[in-house]
Design a protein around this ligand. Structure first.
Ligand SMILES: NC(=O)c1ccc[n+]([C@@H]2O[C@H](COP(=O)([O-])OP(=O)(O)OC[C@H]3O[C@@H](n4cnc5c(N)ncnc54)[C@H](OP(=O)(O)O)[C@@H]3O)[C@@H](O)[C@H]2O)c1
Length: 282
């Protein structure tokens, strides 16, 4: 494992397991496989409806709490619940703190929600704070208003879409970019790009491993999602080789081909309207 030092001094394992779209049973099994395979970082969210399952896997693993970096996200429908939203999240996970707490979507009263997160941070319930899917102008708004500046911004990011502008904007603040959809959400087109096949052969790795290594050499944190035990293990076996500068430059030529997700006004409004019963999850 390699680590990133966040701008508040917290040490974050560069790679974690993503659990988006995993049912509680799959999230529990995948998290356990990952922890037993040496992962030290799991990413969940209120909206994934699997926080309880991730919490069960952490407990079952028997691994010391301070050896696991747990990241979760507050959904907009709870932003206005204030401290109770953080406490409910911790209760679902069965933890008394999380390592990273992220505002999931740039809708609703996110500035008030940031104040809630700052209170949780000061109370020791959260070790670092992040924003998810926030465009640059709204990140700036949070930074301007914040007493505790963000440690991380998580956005769609992969070789087809490398977030060049955002990287330049966040650099002076020392804010880490965490790449969601690091494997293009499993896009076979991305993974079968000839450059990855060529490098996979050279290094004795898979195209997915080449892509994940590219991310870490770009300075991104990664949270590849998988429920396949072989993929989960392979995705962590990326720290025993390095791509050369020329190889990184060759991969950079793919930038701009596509992004998979666009936040329309309709989508954002629908996120605000979604009010799942988070406590009802298995
Ligand atoms: N903040 C946000 O709004 C947001 C949005 C989306 C995602 N996320 C986070 O980012 C994580 C990653 O996104 P994602 O899971 O949607 O996409 P991803 O990690 O880019 O891709 C996951 C897909 O790739 C496949 N895969 C994984 N490892 C593989 C390997 N070694 N070889 C071949 N295929 C492989 C998986 O299938 P198998 O199960 O078969 O391995 C799955 O279909 C999520 O789980 C979530 O934690 C956050």
């Amino acid at each position: 494992m390699e680590y990133l030092e966040l701008n508040n001094g917290v040490k974050m394992p560069v790679e974690g397991l993503g659990t988006f779209l995993l049912s509680p049973a799959d999230a529990e099994a995948a998290s356990l496989v990952a922890l037993e395979a040496g992962y030290e970082h799991i990413d969940t969210a209120n909206a994934y409806m699997n926080e309880k399952a991730v919490g069960r896997a952490i407990a079952k693993s028997g691994i010391a709490r301070d050896k696991i970096f747990v990241s979760t996200k507050l959904w907009p429908s709870v932003y206005e619940a204030g401290d109770a939203a953080v406490d409910a999240t911790l209760a679902r996970l069965g933890l008394d703190y999380v390592d990273m707490l992220i505002l999931h979507q740039p809708v609703g009263n996110y500035l008030a929600a940031w104040k809630t997160m700052e209170r949780a941070y000061k109370a020791g319930k959260v070790k670092a704070l992040g924003l998810s899917n926030f465009p640059q102008d709204k990140i700036a708004e949070v930074i301007d208003a914040a007493e505790i500046k963000p440690q991380l911004v998580t956005v769609e990011c992969h070789p087809y879409f490398t977030q060049e502008e955002l990287r330049a904007y966040l650099k002076p603040y020392g804010i880490v970019i965490e790449a969601w959809y690091p494997l293009g959400h499993g896009d076979a087109g991305l993974m079968s790009e000839p450059v990855f096949a060529k490098l996979a052969e050279k290094y004795g790795k898979t195209p997915a491993q080449i892509i994940l290594r590219w991310h870490t050499q770009m300075g991104f944190s990664i949270i590849p999602g998988s429920k396949n035990p072989d993929h989960i293990k392979d995705n962590a076996a990326i720290f025993d080789f390095s791509l050369t500068d020329d190889e990184m430059a060759e991969i950079a030529k793919l930038d701009g081909i596509k992004c998979y997700y666009t936040a329309t006004e309709e989508a954002l409004a629908s996120y605000l309207a979604m009010r799942p019963d988070f406590d009802a999850q298995e």
